[in-house]
Design a protein around this ligand. Sequence first.
Ligand code: COA
Length: 425
Amino acid sequence: MKPTDLRGILQYIPLFRNRPFVISLDGSVLDHKNFGNVLLDIAVLRSLNIKVILVHGAAAQISQLSKKSGVSATDLWGSGKTDEATLEMAIQAANLNTHRILAGLTACGVHAAQSNAIRANPAGLIKSLDLLNTGKIHRIESVCLNSMLDQGITPVMPPLGFNAEGNTLRVNSDNVAIRVAEKLNAEKIVFMTASNGLYRRQEFIRELSVEELNELLDSEVELEPKGILSKARCAAEACRSGIPRVHIINGCIDEALLTEIYSNEGIGTLIYSDEYQQIRKAELKDTNSILRLIRNSVENEELISRERLDIEKQIDCFHLIEIDGNPVGCVALIIYEEEQIGEVACLYVDAPHANQGIGQKLLGFINRTSKERGLKRLMALSTQAFSYFENKGGFRQGEQEELPKDKREQYVRSGRNSRIMIKDL
Ligand SMILES: CC(C)(COP(=O)(O)OP(=O)(O)OC[C@H]1O[C@@H](n2cnc3c(N)ncnc32)[C@H](O)[C@@H]1OP(=O)(O)O)[C@@H](O)C(=O)NCCC(=O)NCCS
């Protein structure tokens, strides 16, 4: 990690201090050689006062036990039928995994303990199949978890629940993660799997809103890999129940956890509920951010050069789009009152966030605001993004006569020969 990265991290430290993060480790991650590094990253989170709750699975280990003993498992995931033999293997595998995590965290200097905070009842009959020893979580004992967290102890939660009589039931670890996150009002859930995240028709999805995810899940377009679709469904469920962010990342990659949490670009797939990306009005104190954002584009002559004073004078026209409170794009709407025309100016999206629909979000926002203001037309002058305005924003090429009078004179004087793009509202 470069020392300069530390500056980027600083912004997140107050944001996440004392906030609960639920980290859910697939059994396969525990078997990977990177497992020790995952625990080191968790130790870093703890040192930054993040309240970590570690949930883990056991499917990979149940499968291994089953192969070794020749006893077939009726279900690996805690969502199908768990007969007595499978429950035995699940208890053995889950406890072994908890033990390995506790041992590893000890080596990293992290205080941790197992809890009995998962209360479950038999899942019963689903589509007339008796699920036997599979449990449905009915309560998470937050008193138990909170008192551990308040003492600086990291709870480690195997995929096993107990009913009122103390009988053990096999539960699904992803469901444990969701229920715990809901109960503790967690900041985020991080699912650590053996896959990079979600792909749509072989194209990696870096981030998407829960609405977009629901559409993809409903329409069954080629979301890949199939093995983590259940995680995607869990992510959607978690966001719906109020968890702002759910990450699916590859636990087999070194530093994946820290990269995902402490960099804007991340490494896996982020599913967010609405408040994650926010468009807001710029204020005077944002002038530096705007200058910094557009610097490269001005040098490349994509955007017209603006002095600090110009931006300060027009600051009320500017809007910023933020990710985690960091500006990653901007746009200005300059209104020509006489003609009731709005100029879309200074549209910019920071390169690491390009091609994620942020530019279209900003244009959509300008469109809505302009309609609300009763404007008749939008215009933009562009040297290198005219086809973007045309193809993605619904603009058409226009003529000088369609510009507001003041702008027309300025256009001729500038000699930039930008294309005139028009959208009638
Ligand atoms: C133009 C710009 C705002 C687009 O932002 P973005 O968030 O990356 O774009 P989106 O995610 O909304 O859209 C991506 C799509 O637009 C296309 N696109 C991006 N920039 C483009 C450009 N300059 N010309 C044509 N198409 C462009 C991408 O190829 C992609 O196409 P696809 O969906 O068919 O794959 C951004 O590239 C930028 O800041 N450019 C420099 C500044 C600039 O020229 N601003 C406009 C002048 S006012």
